[in-house]
Design a binder for this molecule. Sequence first.
Ligand code: GAP
Length: 537
Amino acid sequence: MPGGGPLDSGGSLDEYSRAPRVCGVSSARPKEAAHPGPLFRTPDSALKFPFNLRRALRGRVSPTTTMSTPKPTSTPKPTPSDPDSGESEASSAGDERHPLAMETLVALCASRGFIFPSSEVYGGINGFWDYGPLGVELKNNLKAAWWQRMVRQRTDVVGIDSAIVSHPRVWEASGHVEHFSDPMVDCRTCKRRFRADQLQGERCPEAPKKRALSDCDLTEARDFNLMLQTQIGASVEAQVTAYLRPETCQPIFTNFKRVRESARQKVPFGIAQIGKAFRNEITPRNFTFRSREFEQAEMEFFCHPSQREEWFEAWREERMRFHADIGFDTAHLRFRPHAPDELAHYANAAEDVDFLFPFGWQEIEGIHDRGDWDLSRHSEYSGKDLIVTDEETKERYTPMVIETSMGVDRTCLALLVDAYREEEIEGGETRKVMRLSPGIAPIKAAVLPLSKKLGEPARALHADLGRSLNAFYDDAGNIGRRYRRQDEVGTPFCLTYDFDSADDGKVTVRERDSMVQTRVPIEGVVAYVRDRVEAAI
Ligand code: GAP
C-alpha cells in the first residue's frame, strides 16, 4: 500500500503547533504543547534506572550548584527551579521565558539540514530523529572532541565499540529486566496510556470533551518496561527475546576483564564507549531531548575503594571543564547533586550536569559513583571472577566504578540552543547566527568566489581546505546573502576569492562573530583556518 501514516507520531516538526493528540496514535501534537507555558515533562533524572521509580514517585527538591554567575547577555537567565518537580519547573521557567523559542530552533534545524523527523514522508515516528548533512558533522565533531579528550589524550582510559545486542542475562544481572520501568495506567475508554506518577493535570481526550482523568476508567498501575525488544533466531520456535541496549555501559562491565588484560591496564583505569542506546520512552518530547533512539558517550573508571571519592571529584571537574571547552556559556550550566535518598542503595554519589534549555534546567550528563554493583552482579550472574589483585599488597578486591555518561543528542541540542542568536547589525538589519565553537561547528570554512568566473582558483582553494577539514563552496547569490547563510549554520570563517586575489595572492577571511575581514595569503590560509579551529577545543 502506498503512503503511510503517522506512527505514534508527535516526533514530527509540528510537535509544537499541532492539534491535541487523540488516543496515543495520531498526527496530533502532544498535550503539553497546548499549554501556554513552556513545553515540559518530568526531568529526565526522574526516569533513569535505578533512580527512576523512587524519584519519580517522590517529586522532591534537591540542591543545585550553579557553575558561575550568569552574565548579562541576550541568552537566557538561569531560572531557579525545582528539578524534581516537572510542574513547578515548568511554571517557574514560564515566568521568565527563554528568549529562544523551541519552534524557531526546530524549524531552523529542519530547513538547514541539522535534524529532522525520521521517516518524515510517512508522517514521522515519535521519538526517532535523523541528522542531516550539517547535523551529522556537528554530532561527529562532538563525539570526536569527547573521544580525543576522554581516550586519546589519556593513558589511563581505553575505548571499545561493543554490539548493541547483548546476551539477555546481561540485562537480568544489571537489574533492567526487573526494574527499568515506569508505572503506567491505561484508560479503558480512550485506550491511552498515562504515567501513573504524572496524572495530575492530565485529561482524557475522549468525549465528554477532555474530561478530567478522575472520571476516566483507569486500570491499576502496572510497570511498563522501557527496554526495546527484538527476536533473535532463524525459526519462530527457537527464537530468543533479546534487548536493544538501554545504556552503553553494561558491555563495558562484561568486557572489563578482557579489556584490562588485552590493553595491559592496571586499576585505576577507565573504559570508554560511544554508541546507540534505545529506550521505549512513554512520552518522547522536546525535540531530540527525550528520544527512543539516542547516543551516549560513557566512560566507566575502575578504582580502588579507598579512591572513589577522589576520582568522583576529579571526573566531575573534568567533565564540566570539557563542556566549557566545547563552547558552552558556563552561566547556562550547573551541577545538580542528587540528594542521599535519591541514590541507589549501592551508590555513593551522583551529580547531573544540567543545561538551561528553553523548557527549563535539564540534564545533559550524569556523573555517578556506581560502587562495585555492576562488576559484582555480572560476576554473580556469569560465574566469572571479576576481582582484581593488587600486585604490591596482594589485596584482592572488586573495583569501584565512577561513571561519566553524556547524552550525545542532548548535548548537541544544548549546543545549538546556546549558540543561537538574533543580532542587530549595521543598517538596522538582523542576522541569525550560530556562535558555535569553531571546533564543533559543522563547516569550518566556506569558499565564496565573488564571481562565478573566479570558480577555478576558488575550487582549488576549496579542495586544499577539504584535505584537512570540512569546507563548503558557494558561488550563488550576492556576497552578503552568502555570509548570512553561513552565519546561520555557524561557519566560523568565510574566504572570499575576489578580482584582486590572482594579483596579490590573498583572499579575504571574514570572521563570523566579529564580522572583521582580513586579507590572508592564499598559501597560508589553510593553516590559518586550521590553527584557529584546533585552538578552539
Ligand atoms: N549509564 C547511566 C545512564 O544511562 P542516564 O542518566 O539514564 O544514565 C545518561 O543517561 C545520559 O543519557 C543522560 O544524561 C542523557 O543525556 C542521555 N539520555 C538518557 N535518556 C535519554 C533519552 N531518552 N533521549 C536522549 N538522551 C537520553
